[in-house]
Design a binder for this molecule. Structure first.
Ligand code: PLP
Length: 443
């Protein structure tokens, strides 16, 4: 019996990889686009719906979906109307108009904490500017954040998120990239997710210098860890009692299980949040959303700078309106919930039977995968059992069978489907996941 393998690149693809390497570091435009499971960049020729094709024409059923940004599928039809409209109106870069206001109004209706909105391009920009605002409003520079959570690649937060096991208690916390000044790490206080007692101790100890509790309310970036019952409520209570700002980073969790994000899913309203990824239906669009008393500290009302030539370009705003229109229909959620139930049930069943210990955790349209345990993963410490090399082999096995899981350097991260996926796609994914795990066991 022949064993499926990752497609061998054609001579043309190998040449392109060489050209890529000579002008782009590692041949890629984003460091994590170098696929460590494949040992090379993934170069795509096109993508449509739930599929993409590599430059040799191999078809993949996509279970990354642009890390969640392509929740409406690759190249959804609504974007054709967006581009037509942009052509009709003119690109209007650096100009606001009625569409910006309309999208902000709609988000204020959908997202529980939203009374004011500021748009940004990437999620990293959103968390950066939101944290500056939190520091200005609280008057305190230190941020309490959690191991295993991710808030973008900038100097404010790429600290203490995913430290190696021997750096968990490092003081100042572990810097996740070279080039991040130690002085900025001194401003970060790390906590373990879902441990309310520990959070309470930290808040009491640091309330004179820490003004913000920053949470990824569903920790998608460490295997889709949901909050334990009472944890978000407890964080809300502590923030109220001790005068800290509660900040939910919902760049990923926005519109994954309900339109209003995790704050709607779990019924806990933060003071401020960031939303993004799928908001632009595949175009770059994120936003800071929060209570008026905080958000009105942004200039020109207040004294906190936030500006940018490319803030809120018309194509992204029109795409945002199309996305919001979609998530305000019951059919959208019927489809998401039915696929999510089918996938979640199937993956749980597979993990019970899998010869390789693994744990799947699903929240809405995305799920995490942790190797090395079948037990619930509740925080970063639990996830340290994860085996990177097993994850990379899993990615190779599934790729060889036509399903693309992004490798995340082998880390326990998140994967998911879009509204362009159907029940047959999910069944195919389940079959391939089961076959891949079985194949890994006999190697
Ligand atoms: C929770 C969270 N915050 C922030 C970001 C950064 O967003 P971006 O990649 O758009 O800069 C991400 C991206 O994965 C995220 O998941």
């Amino acid at each position: 019996m022949s064993v499926p393998t990752v497609p061998t690149p054609s001579p043309e693809q190998l040449k392109l990889i060489e050209r890529g390497r000579s002008v782009l570091p590692g041949g890629v435009c984003s460091s994590t686009r170098f696929n460590q499971a494949w040992g090379r960049p993934v170069y795509a020729s096109r993508a449509k719906g739930s599929r993409f094709w590599d430059i040799d024409g191999n078809e993949f059923l996509d279970m990354s979906m642009s890390h969640g940004a392509a929740l409406l599928g690759h190249g959804p039809d609504c974007l054709r109307d967006v581009f037509d409209k942009v052509w009709e109106l003119g690109l209007m870069c650096s100009l606001d108009g009625p569409y910006h206001i309309e999208l902000a109004e709609q988000l204020c209706e959908i997202v529980p904490c939203a009374e004011r909105i500021r748009f940004t391009g990437s999620g990293s920009e959103a968390t950066l500017h939101a944290l500056r605002l939190c520091r200005a409003v609280s008057g305190r520079d230190k941020i309490i954040r959690f191991h295993g959570h991710f808030h973008g690649y900038h100097e404010f937060t790429f600290i203490g998120g995913h430290p190696p096991a021997d750096q968990l208690d490092a003081k100042p916390p572990y810097r996740e990239s070279a080039g991040i000044p130690k002085a900025l790490a001194e401003l970060i206080i790390t906590a373990e997710y879902n441990d309310l007692d520990a959070l309470e101790r930290l808040v009491k100890q640091h309330k004179h210098e820490a003004g913000t509790i920053l949470i990824e309310p569903v920790d998608y970036n460490c295997g889709a860890i949901p909050p334990e019952p009472g944890f978000l409520e407890g964080a809300r209570r502590l923030a109220n009692e001790h005068g800290l700002i509660l900040f939910f980073d919902e760049i990923q969790s926005f519109a994954k299980k309900s339109p209003g994000g995790a704050q709607q899913d779990f019924g806990v309203t933060p003071d401020i949040c960031t939303i993004g990824k799928s908001l632009g239906a595949g175009l770059p669009l994120s936003a800071i959303a929060g209570k008026a008393e905080l958000m009105d500290r942004f200039k020109p009302v207040g004294d906190v700078a936030h500006s940018g030539t490319f803030n809120a370009p018309l194509p992204s705003i029109l795409a945002g309106l199309a996305f919001v229109r979609a998530i305000r229909t019951p059919e959208f959620w019927q489809h998401i919930h039915s696929l999510s139930d089918r996938l979640g049930r199937g993956l749980n069943d597979i993990s019970q039977r899998s010869p390789i210990p693994c744990r799947f955790q699903t929240h809405g349209s995305r799920f995490g995968l942790t190797f090395g345990t079948r037990e619930p993963v509740k925080n970063y410490r639990d996830s340290l059992c994860h085996r990177r090399e097993v994850m990379l082999e899993f990615c190779r096995q599934t790729t060889a069978r036509g399903i693309y899981f992004h490798d995340y350097g082998g880390g326990p991260c998140h994967h998911g489907f879009s509204t362009a996926h159907n029940a047959a796609d999910i069944d195919k994914v389940l079959q391939v996941v089961a076959d891949s795990l079985n194949a890994m066991a006999v190697r």
